[in-house]
Design a protein around this ligand. Structure first.
Ligand SMILES: [Zn+2]
Length: 301
């Protein structure tokens, strides 16, 4: 199994019901978010830049606060969720209200991208889980069918409507990623919101009723006007921006010339595997997919 950023750590045991009456000295990891920024203890600025063009600067190290269970935060959280245990230590997610006063000295709010490889991998992954669950919890305070305030269900991660009984579970949006091969070239494109000069594999969300393979063929056809075959699974990655599961494939070009979809694809080209453009950060499965396929193609050349 390929190890991916944001994948659930092996030592994590998910749970919904909080441990009963932890002792006064019991400690827990707290994943506290204000918007999309995580509360961390931050070291001095790192002299080494991130490989992610979206990250201008980052700290040399960061740590999740480890707090006593009964010694919570310096503000009243907007919501608190029990996540489970990491190597036996309880993990909690909490949301700071927008008007929460600034953190005490030594602590700061930081975006997840800037914390990749700066925070311990297991904590980074659980932060990705926490921010998604907080976002889901916030977005389902009221029943989407009848408008009644919902209640957290006990025993499972769900919110239920006491009036019409509708139950909602955390939602994941599957998205397919496709790297198209043709002889010694791969097809890469860029969407208008990419950092300058960066190209990546094509991707799109799965529609109701589609298989992953159908989604891939449709997305590639729509985005660049190319037909593909021999679709092979590569790997998948949880992607908490905001709630995707990326499912990556490699496939072969069959026919069609590149015709970028207006509004979606700013540019797309065939790139020889020996002359590649600027690629996405190692935080994403896109980079893992491109690196793996390019290595295999260079080896076969
Ligand atoms: Zn309802």
């Amino acid at each position: 199994m390929l190890k991916m950023p944001f994948m659930t750590p092996l030592q994590f045991e998910a749970g919904v019901a909080a441990p009963e009456a932890p002792g006064p000295d019991a400690q827990a990891h707290w994943f506290v978010f204000k918007g999309d920024r995580l509360l961390v203890e931050l070291g001095p600025p790192s002299p080494r830049p991130s490989d992610d063009p979206r990250v201008a600067a980052r700290a040399s190290w960061a740590k999740i606060p480890l707090l006593n269970n009964n010694n919570l935060l310096w503000f009243e959280p907007a919501r608190t969720l029990y996540l489970g245990r990491l190597a036996g230590t309880a993990c909690w997610a909490a949301e700071a209200p927008a008007d929460a006063p600034g953190p005490p000295a030594g602590l700061g709010w930081e975006g997840l991208r800037a914390l990749f490889t700066v925070l311990e991998d297991a904590h980074f992954a659980l932060a990705g889980r926490a921010v998604q669950l907080l976002d889901w919890d916030r977005g389902h305070r009221y029943c989407g069918r009848c408008g009644t305030p919902t209640e957290a269900k006990s025993g499972e991660r769900a919110r239920a409507c006491p009036a019409c009984k509708l139950a909602v579970y955390p939602r994941i949006s599957p998205a397919v990623m496709a790297l198209v091969r043709r002889e010694s070239e791969i097809l890469l494109g860029r969407s208008p919101h990419f950092p300058p000069g960066m190209y990546s594999a094509l991707a799109g969300f799965v529609e109701p009723g589609e298989t992953l393979e159908q989604c891939l063929a449709r997305e590639v056809e729509e985005e660049v006007g190319v037909q593909v075959s021999r679709i092979r699974y590569f790997a998948s990655q949880p992607w908490p921006f905001p709630n995707s599961l990326m499912i990556a494939f490699v496939c072969d070009w069959v026919s069609g010339e590149i015709r970028p979809q207006a509004g979606e694809i700013e540019a797309a080209n065939w790139f020889n595997v020996l002359h590649l453009p600027k690629l996405p950060s190692n935080i994403s499965i896109a980079r893992r997919l491109i690196d793996a396929v390019v290595e295999e193609m260079r080896g076969a050349a």
